[in-house]
Design a protein around this ligand. Structure first.
Ligand code: UT7
Length: 330
């Protein structure tokens, strides 16, 4: 009988641009205050990419770091999946640009757009490819240059987002984080709640769309908030049920970093103490799809994950989309 393959994350990398945008800097740009931002979101500062840094170049840096961790030759990479909502171009894919820079000449490359849930959607494809036996070494890169799509005169959005990239390698063998289950969902009826209205074929770019600031991210925050907690809780429950894991066996909750209050509400529902909820939101803000792999990288750096520890990843974002995954260190 052939042995069942279980996909696992064997390496993690991250890249954050150097430039720091503090709440006090934003106070000089829009009608906001450090105390409003901290109380409502938990964000103190975020990173902003340079003019010559892009979603692809940040993704390459994160992927290189992950690749070097396991000394994998570029030619052995089978696939590169890039999760992003802020691609370098509408076409070609950002994954193609990353493939070229990594010299991953034997890799297929594609982008996945599931907004802030993009990393988990991409991870599920990597898991499927590895466990089917189709591929052995799959890179999942989540990278965002949100600042290129932010109106720095709109206080509803400019305080929330930052730039950055994270990457993981998914393989069929070796020590790492076994991907035990991934639950995904979407509610397209609420697609209008997080939107970049122009630049696609429905509302093509024109002088008017630029004048009307239709190429920037628009968020109906309060509405999004209402759905986020409920959907993330359901996705986590699904993971726990499918893997028969009791909630008190969760060692770390690694949530998408959109709002500290959302993270705490989700953690409370599963009786996870605050110190077991891994947070980067204070330093990096919401970097869309890349928050979870960046947090995984930072978690491993600050509190090396021990054998048999269970991690729950959970995300929510535009689409609307949501997802959760249960990982166990092996
Ligand atoms: O990553 C994808 C998923 N995204 C999310 O999950 C985001 C979910 N939503 C949120 O995190 C929160 O809704 C926000 C942080 C975006 C907003 O917090 P809120 O507690 O929901 O505030 P609100 O939108 O209800 O606004 C409260 C007030 C409003 O004033 P009025 O109408 O009560 O007079 C806003 O105009 O705060 C005002 N406001 C601000 N004030 C100072 C909105 N933005 C700001 C600001 N500074 N930057």
């Amino acid at each position: 009988m052939t042995k069942k393959i279980t996909a696992r994350i064997t390496a993690v990398g991250a890249y954050l641009p150097e430039k720091v945008l503090k709440n006090t800097d934003l106070e000089k740009m829009v009608d906001t205050s450090d105390s409003w931002i901290v109380q409502r979101t938990g964000i103190h500062e975020r990173r902003i990419a340079d003019k010559d840094e892009f979603t692809s170049t940040m993704g390459v840096k994160a992927a290189q770091q992950a690749r070097e961790c396991i000394s994998l030759e570029p030619a052995k990479i089978d696939a590169i999946i890039c999760a992003t909502m802020t691609p370098d171009y509408l076409s070609p894919s950002t994954a193609s640009l990353i493939q070229a820079s990594l010299r991953a000449v034997n890799a297929c490359a594609l982008d996945i757009q599931a907004a802030c849930t993009g990393f988990l959607y991409a991870l599920s494809l990597a898991k499927g490819w590895v466990e089917s036996g189709m591929y052995t070494n799959v890179f999942v890169v989540a990278s965002e240059k949100n600042s290129a799509f932010i109106d720095y005169e709109d206080r509803n959005t400019c305080v929330l987002f930052g730039d950055g990239a994270g990457a993981v390698v998914v393989q069929s063998e070796g020590p790492g984080l076994e991907i035990r289950h991934i639950a995904l969902g979407a509610e397209g009826n609420l697609a209008n709640l997080i939107q970049i209205p122009a630049g696609g074929c429905r509302n093509t770019s024109s002088a008017e769309t630029v004048r009307d600031k239709q190429h920037f991210i628009k968020v109906q925050g309060r509405e999004v908030f209402k759905h986020a907690v409920r959907r993330m809780e359901a996705a986590i429950k699904d993971c726990l049920e499918k893997t028969a894991l009791p909630e008190h066996h969760i060692n770390w909750l690694v949530p998408h970093q959109a709002n500290l209050r959302i993270m705490e509400a989700v953690a409370k529902d599963f009786n996870i103490p605050s110190e077991r909820v891994f947070k980067t939101i204070d330093r990096f803000g919401n970097t869309s799809s890349s928050t979870i792999p960046i947090a995984l990288f930072e978690l491993e750096k600050q509190h090396p994950i021990q054998k048999n520890e269970n991690l729950v990843l959970v995300a929510f974002g535009g689409g609307l989309t949501w997802g959760a995954s249960l990982l166990t260190k092996i």
